[in-house]
Design a protein around this ligand. Sequence first.
Ligand code: ATP
Ligand code: MG
Length: 138
Amino acid sequence: MTNRTFTMIKPDATEKGSTGAILKMINDAGFRIAAIKMTHLSKEKAGAFYEVHKERPFYNELVDFMSRSPITAAILEKENAVEDFRKLIGATNPANAEAGTIRKLYAASVGENAVHGSDSDENAKIEGDFFFSMLEQF
Ligand code: ATP
Ligand code: MG
């Protein structure tokens, strides 16, 4: 499934009521939703999801943030999904994100940056399977 990526609409965007607007941008950019759910991550689950960042100085802040409010998780399908989605969301720090990207429009800071996008086909599969069983991926 190299034509799929995984995303989360993060707690800051949920709190601001931006979920619908972000999903519309994703839809308008040509991604098909192959799975979707809204859920509230525990600290344990948020910590496990971002385990690769465990040694980074911002890890605890990231785990607190990601478990603060509900998130919307989704698997997205499109040709060249991983790369095209990273382009659509923009740079990690919204200050460096290009105009018209989701992070430029909806993110406030490098820590609270509205959306997650997988960084490789391999991680897209791992991350999608973290949230969705085989019966929930269409
Ligand atoms: P994501 O994996 O969420 O799509 P990314 O791939 O653009 O983001 P990563 O380097 O994987 O960026 O960082 C993961 C997340 O950790 C970031 O999206 C952000 O929420 C947080 N983060 C990254 N760098 C910092 C930082 N310097 N200070 C605070 N939080 C940070
Ligand atoms: Mg990342």
